[in-house]
Write a protein that binds this ligand. Structure first.
Ligand code: KG4
Ligand code: ZN
Length: 337
């Protein structure tokens, strides 16, 4: 490892994943993720438990990232961390750890916006999207259409006004009695179901914005009525219910994505965030891309969900731009892109 190498330790702790990654000269060497299973029995992330689990995980996760990378901590050029958006208690653990580690080593700190990192995850591996492109960032906490002009130059052109699409997947899954997180379970059942079996609402918001709160209420009332007639309605029709719910959610996502691409005359499309793992969304976008001549970019699954690899790649570009952070930095729960 030469003196001029740019070696960065990156830490992600915004929600329920404690993750660390080492990047050297723009190449992500590893991506260590400790997932917190403690939330499963509560049907959602419990913020205080997440914060405590981060405290337990952060040292072993960082140790493993440094050890498996083969570099010495004294060779690090900077330490990067997620500043926001996310859960305050979770963010605090990562921010405090990164600050003390950077201070101890005498290297600069780099703050990263979690949503920007989801977009930049596309630059970890080939093929990389060309600028400008539009990224549909879909996770448990966010649903955004982002116009990306350059590595550090991006603008939110549309977003949800209430629930995130991942939340809609998880909350409707809960109504069906499926375990948390429900998104992957809906995906699995939907593969064997008929997407046109039931009709759930496709909410049309103005401009490029989204709304996902209506579908939850629609599913709640629909199930209440059907269960009165047949108490086994859910188990008898699980696959069709999942396929129909997923159909509405994907439809809402793709209507606005297509509108954005037309409006900005862009043909490069990327998807990011945990929901981009959804097989129905992927195949719908692949079909649309073929039909409409779009170039579609989908990152590897491990870089779709929350991970420090994406924080590392974002940190590399910020290092090149000399965008460093002072040691009195604090986390921000509701941070804008
Ligand atoms: O990006 P992420 O790991 O964490 C957040 O920043 O929120 O996204 C988690 C979300 C959850 O809502 C989860 O249900 C959803 O992504 N998800 C899926 C799938 N895999 C994960 N939703 C639908 N289909 C999937 N295959
Ligand atoms: Zn995320």
């Amino acid at each position: 490892m030469g003196n001029k190498d740019i070696s960065i330790l990156a830490i992600e702790s915004s929600c329920d994943e404690t993750s660390a990654s080492i990047i050297v000269n723009g190449k992500v060497l590893n991506n260590i993720v400790a997932t917190q299973s403690v939330h499963e029995k509560y049907g959602g992330v419990v913020p205080e438990l997440a914060s405590r689990a981060h405290q337990e995980n952060i040292v072993p996760v960082v140790q493993e990232a440094i050890f498996s990378s083969g570099i010495k901590k004294e060779d690090l050029s900077a330490v990067a961390f997620t500043k926001g958006p996310g859960l305050m208690g979770s963010l605090l653990v990562g921010v405090s750890f990164a600050k003390s580690f950077a201070f101890g080593l005498g290297v600069p700190l780099i703050e990263i916006n979690h949503m920007q990192a989801h977009v930049l995850a596309h630059f970890i591996d080939d093929p990389k999207p060309e600028f400008p492109f539009i990224c549909l960032t879909v996770s448990g906490g966010h649903t955004q259409l982002v116009l990306v002009r350059d590595f550090l130059e991006m603008e939110v052109i549309g977003e949800t006004r209430d629930d995130a699409v991942g939340e809609a997947f998880d909350k409707t899954a809960k109504l069906l009695g499926l375990p948390y997180p429900g998104g992957p379970m809906i995906d699995k059942h939907a593969k064997n179901g008929n997407p046109k079996a039931y009709e759930f609402p496709i909410t049309r918001m103005p401009d490029l914005d989204y709304s996902f709160s209506g579908i939850k209420t629609a599913v709640l009332y629909f199930l209440r009525d059907e269960l009165e007639k047949n108490p086994k309605f859910i188990e008898d029709n699980m696959d069709d219910l999942c396929a129909s719910i997923q159909y509405s959610l994907i439809k809402m996502l793709t209507i606005k994505l297509e509108k954005a691409l037309t409006q900005y005359k862009i043909k490069n499309v990327a998807i990011a965030g945990g929901v981009s793992a959804n097989s129905g969304l992927r195949s719908t976008l692949e079909q649309m891309a073929r039909k409409k001549g779009w170039k579609l970019f989908v990152p590897k699954f491990e870089y779709c969900t929350d991970n420090a690899g994406m924080i590392a790649i974002a940190a590399h570009y910020k290092y090149l731009a000399s965008e460093f952070t002072s040691l009195d930095v604090a986390p921000i729960a509701k941070m804008k892109l």
